[in-house]
Design a protein around this ligand. Structure first.
Ligand code: DAH
Length: 357
């Protein structure tokens, strides 16, 4: 039985020396596989005398199970080593400081949306959305702008090619149609803001054919102009970070609100630039008003029971004023130098606790 002992020590040391799972599998096949050395020896048992076979058979069986369990043991060790090696290779040093300069920048519009959402979110408004491609009814008619209404002319609308039935869809000229969609879908009380894109055929330093607005809508039983004023004064002061910022409500006209007011904030002109705060200049930043009862009725809301207020403002405009960005067109030029200058680091997520910029 010397050759069995020799084979045993040869195989066992091959098992121990196998450096990885693939090598170990090779050892297993060479020893216990169909043409393996132990298997071959077992095949030879048939040619032996019964006496020899009994002895040799027992010895080979013992060898086979010893080698098999050595392989299992080594396999467990190697798997563990494999996991350890991967854990080492994929290790993240959580004590390293963040390296935001490598991460790219948050676009000022995304930042401004986050800031506005943080402020109104704290007041209990939730974010609503609607389609950029709108039908005429939601964009105009339901907002109290019937076909011949002169206010339609001010919108420089982009029309899409007519569909077969003749209806011409538009790129929404404001975020106000989402007021309509929300009032149709939900019952009051409603408290939403709608940050989103709007489109008008206009382009200069203060107009871009695609721009962003945020719409606000609150509908409840006892809503009045005082709520509108309190809410918007609070917003302006928090957004611009000036506690005593002068805010002025100037009577205006919008078909979808009655009464309507435009909101101005106080500023000083220094050289060619404005500084937000006390001063002898006023900057218009948004439109607002009490929702016209006709608009509530268009959406199936009983205007003898419910009142609402609404507002809409241009996000580029308030971003330009806050961050001193002189030309609206630069927002959409994808110029990395511009983004590095005016962009925000990704970890600066606005909130009322950490500040809104
Ligand atoms: N939709 C208006 C515009 O684009 C802005 C606006 C004014 C929205 C008054 C309102 C509002 O909800 O009440 O010029």
């Amino acid at each position: 039985m010397d050759h069995v002992d020799a084979l045993r020590s040869e195989l066992l040391s091959a098992v121990t020396e196998a450096g990885d799972l693939a090598g170990l599998e090779g050892v297993r096949v060479a020893a216990l596989g169909r043409k393996g050395r132990v298997t071959q020896l077992m095949k030879g048992l048939g040619t032996m005398s019964p006496e020899e076979r009994k002895q040799a058979g027992a010895a080979l069986n013992a060898l086979k199970s010893e080698v098999a369990s050595a392989i299992e043991l080594r396999k467990a060790e190697l798997s563990q080593a494999d996991i350890d090696a991967r854990l080492m290779a994929e290790r993240v040093d959580v004590s390293l400081p963040a390296r935001p300069e490598r991460e790219g920048f948050i676009h000022p519009i995304s930042q401004t949306i986050d800031e506005v959402v943080a402020i109104f979110g704290e007041m209990g408004f939730t974010v609503a959305e609607g389609p950029d491609i709108e039908d005429d009814w939601h964009n105009f008619t339901a907002l109290n702008m019937p076909l011949e209404h002169p206010a339609r002319q001010e919108h420089d609308t982009f029309y899409l090619p007519s569909a077969a039935e003749g209806e011409r869809m538009v790129l929404r000229t404001h975020t106000s149609p989402v007021q309509i969609r929300t009032m149709q879908a939900e019952k009051p009380p409603i408290r939403i803001i709608v940050p989103g894109r709007a489109y008008r055929c206009d382009s200069d330093a203060t107009h871009s054919p695609m721009f962003h607005q945020v719409e606000g809508l609150l509908v409840d039983r006892a809503t009045h102009m005082g709520h509108l004023k309190g809410c918007l004064i609070e917003f302006c002061r928090t957004y611009f970070g000036v506690d005593d910022l002068p805010v002025r409500f100037r009577p205006s006209y919008f078909p979808f609100t009655e009464p309507s007011a435009e909101v101005d904030i106080g500023a000083t002109r220094e050289g060619g630039e404005f500084r937000i705060g006390h001063g002898d200049e006023w900057l218009e930043i948004l439109g607002s008003g009490m929702v016209n009862p006709a608009v509530l009725e268009n959406c199936g809301i009983d205007s003898t029971v419910y009142q609402g207020f609404a507002f809409g403002m241009g996000l580029e405009r308030i971003a330009m004023l806050k961050y001193g960005i002189p030309d609206i067109r630069t927002f959409f030029e994808s110029d990395l130098r511009w983004l590095r200058h005016f962009g925000f680091v990704p970890l600066d997520i606005p909130s009322l606790v950490t500040g809104t910029g």
